[in-house]
Design a protein around this ligand. Structure first.
Ligand code: HEC
Ligand code: HEC
Length: 379
């Protein structure tokens, strides 16, 4: 008789083998209880508070830190969750897949972000930085509380396509279910919150703690701003002056945005994205998008809500030559005599681009504490 192998067919031996394997895992886990794996360092009686510091030249934050005080263990748990594919249906897409540190936490080289099964979204991934100052999130400002943001990517069918409920169940099952370097989430939750209970509220709070720790205020511009006159070249300083005069009304202040929603004259995208209108249903909001911060903009190409421009030169050319007329076009982009756009010489454009590049924060993109801990629970 020919022996045929039937894949997927359960034999009596499988449960036995599984039980033995599970038992071995349990032993390993018990043996590792007092271990020195990253993220599971023993605490001595409760989480260690971290002082969250506002950079001196920044305005007061919007996020009320007192309702989610940062701790070393909470931020570390948030970092593990941020990079762990376990938050997605396929266990492969982490927040860090689309928000990559070397690109100031954007999706480098992607106009639109790819999520599970390589499905394509409709918007460009914005930078995760200085979120404590954001009064609203997403290009259309659809969410107002940072602690509620992760529900969207986790449950979005083209991003992580998972349910928060199932993520909690998977986290509760670690490290037994983890095939790669096991991360003991129950233990990490205990270290961060006092007991092993894993709830969606705690998960969101930990993710917020990590994201709140992503403060970028160490660019050459910041050094200049704090008194080091040699931090910017003459050309960059000239660019700063032109920028403030021509762009600073929307990209205002130290965060380089006033967080308002505006139509900056883009031809509507192929995806039919109407921006803020999708949230308010107010026709006056049609094609308005949140003014993005320009910190680290030299690292975050491509640009705009759909990533249509690949260089800062293209962005500048848009503002001078390609402003698309429409009922909601921002009044500031309509010049005297109905001439549309911002007038800039090519030398002024070059100096603005030089200035924008001085907003890159090399420490921010290299900081080890923000990086992928390199342990995933990919199955
Ligand atoms: C598949 C790619 C993808 C994944 C995975 C992803 N994001 Fe995003 N993220 C985006 C895109 C695209 C946007 C913009 C969406 C919009 O405006 O509608 C965004 C927006 C955000 C924002 C708002 C930023 C702002 O300035 O308004 C935050 C915060 C954020 N994501 C955090 C997370 C967290 C936390 C996770 C993991 C739980 C995550 N993201 C997973 C692509 C992704
Ligand atoms: C009327 C307000 C307004 C003015 C003035 C303005 N911008 Fe913008 N800017 C916006 C808005 C709104 C967006 C996002 C538009 C979108 O994606 O739909 C944007 C996007 C950008 C982006 C893309 C950033 C990213 O992360 O994708 C850059 C770069 C930029 N602007 C630079 C400038 C420069 C340089 C000037 C001056 C020459 C300028 N802006 C003037 C409102 C403005």
């Amino acid at each position: 008789m020919l022996f045929t192998f039937k894949p997927g067919r359960a034999t009596g031996q499988v449960p036995f083998v599984c039980a033995v394997l599970a038992g071995m895992f349990l032993l390993v886990t018990i043996a590792c209880k007092k271990d020195d794996r990253p993220g599971v360092k023993p605490g001595n009686g409760g989480p260690t508070p971290i002082q969250w510091k506002k950079p001196a030249h920044f305005p007061d934050p919007v996020y009320d830190i007192s309702r989610n005080p940062l701790t070393r263990e909470g931020v570390e748990l948030g970092r593990f969750l941020f990079y762990d594919g376990i938050l997605s249906r396929t266990n492969q897409i982490g927040c860090g897949t689309c928000h990559q540190q070397e690109a100031a936490f954007t999706h480098h080289g992607h106009e639109l972000s790819h999520g599970v099964d390589d499905l394509l979204g409709t918007r460009n991934s914005p930078s995760i930085q200085n979120l404590a100052w954001n009064p609203s999130f997403f290009w259309d400002g659809g969410v107002h509380d940072l602690d509620l943001v992760p529900f969207n990517p986790i449950e979005n069918p083209v991003e992580m396509d998972e349910t928060v409920k199932n993520v909690i169940a998977k986290l509760q099952n670690t490290p037994l279910s983890a095939a790669k370097m096991p991360v003991n989430y129950p233990l990490m939750f205990e270290r961060a919150f006092g007991d092993e209970q894993i709830t969606s509220e705690r998960m969101m709070k930990a993710l917020s703690q990590f994201m709140l720790s992503l403060v970028s205020a160490g660019s050459r511009y910041d050094y200049f701003r704090q008194g080091d006159r040699s931090a910017l070249s003459v050309k960059e300083q000239r660019g700063m002056a032109v920028f403030r005069a021509k762009c600073g009304s929307c990209h205002a202040g130290e965060l380089f945005t006033d967080y308002s929603f505006r139509n900056n004259g883009l031809v509507p995208s192929g995806a039919g994205d109407e921006g803020r209108f999708g949230i308010t249903a107010n026709p006056a909001d049609r094609y308005k998008f949140k003014v993005p911060s320009l910190r680290n903009v030299g690292l975050t190409a491509p640009y705009m809500h759909d990533g249509r421009y690949h260089s800062l030169q293209e962005v500048l050319d848009h503002y001078t030559d390609s402003i698309h007329p429409s009922a909601t076009l921002d009044i500031q982009l309509i010049g005297p005599g109905e001439k549309r756009g911002i007038s800039l010489t090519s030398a002024e454009k070059q100096s603005i681009i030089s200035f924008l590049r001085s907003l890159s924060d090399e420490q921010f993109i290299r900081e080890k504490q923000f990086s992928d801990p390199g342990v995933g629970t990919n199955f």
